[in-house]
Design a protein around this ligand. Structure first.
Ligand code: NAG
Ligand code: NAG
Ligand code: NAG
Ligand code: NAG
Ligand code: NAG
Length: 472
């Protein structure tokens, strides 16, 4: 059904440029690059702010679960709220077919307010986002203008600098943040624009490859960080952008498909395109805000490595972190002192498949003792205060005493907390029942800073029997 409407829109746009104007916001035309160019022909004029029912729901330490609604047209709603100009302000903006009334947007604000004393504003534009993708993606221009208007009101009423503002946007919400930033860039000599924008898997369709003006780009805020989780690059279909578009761009697990998301439909099939576009809960796409949420709680579990490509990262070419250190993906990305250097804007890391998604990258080497030519695989596990990790395979095939085996491993629990290391090996069917192997020494090199630690063991063990190593 929808394609017919699309063709209609296309014919209409082919005739003449249109314009729509809204009180306090100015006019919006459908001239290029907004529409009328290949790839953006299905974009139209944005709907009115009233029809989108835009709400700004303020959460602070005083409001608890019950937010206060701020109206951009009525300054008094801000003045009568718990908004404090002494605090930083974070805005959380949802994307296509989502909502800011409940769900991840509200949960993000509640968490932020819990861990830091900020104003957090959940931006709800559900009624402007529940239409077709291209209509929603056109509506973000008005949403951006309305949000910029509210920020201007704050600036005027409290002398509140936009540099104290951080916009967090998902999908087309990320480009909304870009639009807000563009509108506030150099609004006056005393203010130097929005402080920070975090783009959570910025939408690719209709944005990737188009001028900076229509999408999130590094000039939209003093600092722009981006998390790519469903980057579309042929033949993989995706909602997100593939190219770097911020000061720091993070590509967890390579940025295209996320572990733990078991949907199989990620390969491009022409006829699936409409379904994909209307798809609601794309797991890979949503991972970006989930990673962000857990990065607030576990900053050290999201260290990202500068690298040419994910393949090169996986091969170990970018291990450990360079002398100047590595940024942390997510909430604390702004702590990275080199964040504006922008000479290699791509950063890679692996995540765990399950919540809280944390992982710590280590180079683990095991020096074997025992026998030579033992066919099997060897694993290690870390013993923590409260149980042990899963087994990580370090080597397999023909195992020889005196030889050192090593592997880069993303450990799901911080190994710094390990009191002991367990070595265990598993034999192949035809391996002698009496074969024995042991780990003489296990060396751990931490990716974050190249720090080394060692665990030592003595003797050997038969297959399937753990050998315990202690720090040495
Ligand atoms: C907020 O809501 C959560 C669940 O939605 C509830 O567990 C909690 O008690 C509520 N807190 C307050 C202060 O109402
Ligand atoms: C906006 O909200 C009003 C009142 O809640 C509702 O009647 C209207 O249908 C909403 N608009 C849209 C586009 O959903
Ligand atoms: C992505 O970046 C590459 C390298 O900078 C560039 O050649 C390419 O045109 C970009 N693609 C899009 C769609 O912007
Ligand atoms: C993939 O898509 C096809 C048709 O589009 C559907 O029949 C199938 O159930 C989907 N598979 C999964 C795992 O969602
Ligand atoms: C891991 O450590 C081993 C043993 O010291 C070394 O040979 C290997 O190059 C290291 N790998 C990486 C990726 O640094």
């Amino acid at each position: 059904m929808i394609p017919i409407v699309w063709i209609g829109a296309f014919l209409l746009l082919g005739t003449a440029a249109n314009e729509v104007c809204y009180k306090d916001l100015g006019c919006f035309s459908d001239k290029p690059p907004w529409s009328g160019i290949p790839g953006r022909k299905l974009f139209g004029l944005p709907a009115s702010p009233e029809s989108m029912n835009i709400s700004f729901l303020l959460f602070t330490r005083e409001t608890g679960n019950l937010s206060q609604k701020l109206l951009y047209t009525e300054k008094s709603t801000v003045q009568n709220s718990y908004f404090s100009p002494l605090r930083k302000t974070r805005f959380v903006i949802h994307g296509f077919t989502s909502t800011g009334k409940y769900g991840w947007v509200v949960e993000m604000c509640l968490l932020l307010v819990k861990v830091e004393n900020v104003n957090c504003i959940a931006v709800d534009w559900e009624d402007g986002a529940k239409c077709t993708y291209f209509t929603a993606a056109s509506n973000i221009r008005v949403l951006g203008a309305v949000t910029a208007y509210l920020i201007n009101t704050l600036a005027k009423a409290y002398h509140y600098s936009p540099s104290k503002i951080h916009l967090i946007g998902h999908s087309i919400g990320a480009h909304t943040a870009g639009e807000v930033g563009r509108r506030l860039r150099g609004i006056s000599r005393q203010f130097s624009g929005i402080g920070r924008i975090t783009g959570l898997d910025p939408a690719g369709i209709g944005f990737e490859g188009f001028p900076d003006m229509v999408r999130l780009d590094p000039s939209d805020a003093q600092f722009v960080d981006v998390i790519h989780t469903n980057a579309g690059k042929f033949p993989t279909i995706g909602f997100g952008m593939f190219n770097a578009t911020g000061d720091l761009d993070f590509y967890p697990n390579g940025g295209r498909v996320m572990p733990g998301c078991d949907d199989k439909n990620t390969t491009l099939v022409e006829t699936d395109f409409d379904t994909e576009m209307e798809g609601v809960g794309n797991c890979h796409h949503s991972r970006s805000h989930e990673y962000y949420r857990y990065s607030i709680l576990f900053p050290g579990g999201f260290v990202a490595y500068p690298c040419e490509s994910y393949e090169s990262f996986q091969e170990g070419n970018c291990f450990p972190c360079p002398r100047e250190g590595c940024p942390m993906m997510g909430h604390y990305a702004d702590r990275f002192h080199n964040k504006l250097r922008n000479n290699n804007p791509k950063y890679f890391l692996d995540t765990a498949p399950k919540k809280p998604f944390t992982s710590w990258l280590y180079n683990i080497s095991v020096k074997l003792s025992g026998m030579t030519g033992v066919k099997g695989e060897m694993d290690i596990a870390f013993q923590m205060k409260d149980g042990k990790t899963k087994e990580y395979q370090i080597g397999s095939g023909s195992l020889n005493q005196g030889q050192t085996y090593s592997k880069l491993i993303s450990v799901e629990i911080n190994p710094v907390k390990a009191s002991r290391v367990e070595f265990i090996w598993h034999k192949k069917i035809f391996t002698s029942f009496w074969a024995k192997l042991g780990a003489e020494r296990v060396r751990l090199v931490r990716g974050k800073d190249g720090h080394e630690s060692f665990f030592c063991g003595s003797g050997t063990a038969t297959h399937g029997v753990p050998q315990i190593l202690t720090p040495c």
